[in-house]
Design a protein around this ligand. Structure first.
Ligand SMILES: Cc1cc2nc3c(=O)[nH]c(=O)nc-3n(C[C@H](O)[C@H](O)[C@H](O)COP(=O)(O)O)c2cc1C
Length: 316
């Protein structure tokens, strides 16, 4: 039995990862309406912007949705928690920081709390602090990444063995095989980011979507290692230059060069000379731009079919 879908009140074990500043209510509501869990990404948005987005999504779906709060990224963490309580948002995912100070307040108001981690000890600490769900994100993933560089295949079984709460696998999953593999490793669901970029409902530039669709398995770069601000992005003039010259930047200059301004220029304006585009390594597998419901149907059918293949192989 899948306790994750029961806990979150969703039909399919597929979660949209937060995509701060650039995703919107249309994409997240489409994911929730198709049976998954849509997530509003807060990024560095103001409380007013997020309030508008919560209002909008509540008008577009009656199904559960989540809000992602990247703790060290948002300058408005306390205001965001108040908004979540005001609008009775059912589920929150906490990433990029220590979740412990926020969990009990959210729980007092009945909010389910998922915590994104990149290492086993972080998962154990998050569970001790009261997390209802652990999202274990491997190094394949798009966007800000863990300095430990642990991959999904190695991270998931170790986290599953270390905690009792349901685990969601994130990083490197885009189809039914990925879902099946995550379930086989002991996760109860998957969180995807890169796959959702190339969908009809996603509000991103044609250039961004096409770059994902045309990418191969090694078209992503890790930038920011020398500044302890690790991020996986698509190759492109801006990102490749940043990588080449990052040793010459101060931490502050590097943070400015990877600010939301440059994220928007890449992802929304489609300008890879002035901005960057987040992407995971799984971009190489993505070759089309389906609707969310087409994508979910294909993932679930493919997962069931591939399970039969696996069973046949074991019986041989
Ligand atoms: C465009 C984009 C923006 C992202 N922004 C955030 C964010 O604001 N907060 C966060 O916790 N994760 C963020 N991520 C990571 C995703 O939530 C998700 O965990 C990750 O993409 C999963 O790996 P995948 O890309 O291989 O599917 C972002 C990913 C993408 C593609």
């Amino acid at each position: 039995m899948n306790t994750l879908v029961e806990l979150l009140g969703i039909d399919l074990p597929i979660i949209q990862g937060g995509m701060g500043n650039i995703s919107n209510a249309k994409l997240s509501s489409s994911i929730s309406n198709a049976g998954g869990l849509g997530t509003i990404g807060v990024g560095t948005l103001t409380p007013d912007d997020v309030e508008k987005m919560i209002n909008e999504i509540q008008g577009l779906t009656n199904k559960p949705f989540a809000v992602n709060l990247p703790i060290k990224v948002t300058p408005f963490i306390h205001e965001m928690v108040e908004l979540i309580l005001k609008y009775k948002v059912p589920i929150v995912s906490l990433s990029a920081g220590n979740p412990a100070p926020f969990i009990s307040k959210l729980h007092e108001h009945g909010v389910k709390v998922m915590v994104v981690i990149g290492a086993v000890n972080q998962a154990v600490k998050a569970e001790q602090a009261g997390a209802d769900v652990i999202i274990a994100e491997g190094y394949e993933a798009a966007g800000i990444n863990s300095p430990f560089e642990t991959t999904t295949l190695t991270l998931i079984p170790q986290v599953v063995d270390a905690v009792k709460v349901p685990v969601i696998a994130a990083g490197g999953i885009a189809d039914g095989r990925g879902l099946l593999a995550a379930l086989a490793l002991g996760a109860q669901g998957v969180q995807m980011g890169t796959r959702f970029v190339a969908t009809q409902e996603a509000p991103f530039s044609k250039e961004y979507k096409n770059k994902i669709i045309n990418a191969n398995d090694h078209n992503t770069l890790i930038i920011g290692r020398s500044h302890g601000q690790i991020r996986r992005v698509l190759e492109g003039d801006y990102a490749s230059n940043l990588l080449k010259n990052e040793g010459e930047y101060s931490n502050q200059e590097f943070a400015e060069s990877t600010s939301e301004k440059h994220h928007l220029l890449g992802a929304i304006e489609g300008d890879d000379k002035k901005g960057f585009m987040n992407s995971g390594q799984i971009a190489g597998l993505i070759s089309n731009e389906p609707t969310i419901s087409e994508l979910f149907e294909e993932i679930m059918q493919d997962c069931r079919k591939k399970l039969k293949n696996v069973v046949n192989q074991i019986n041989l």
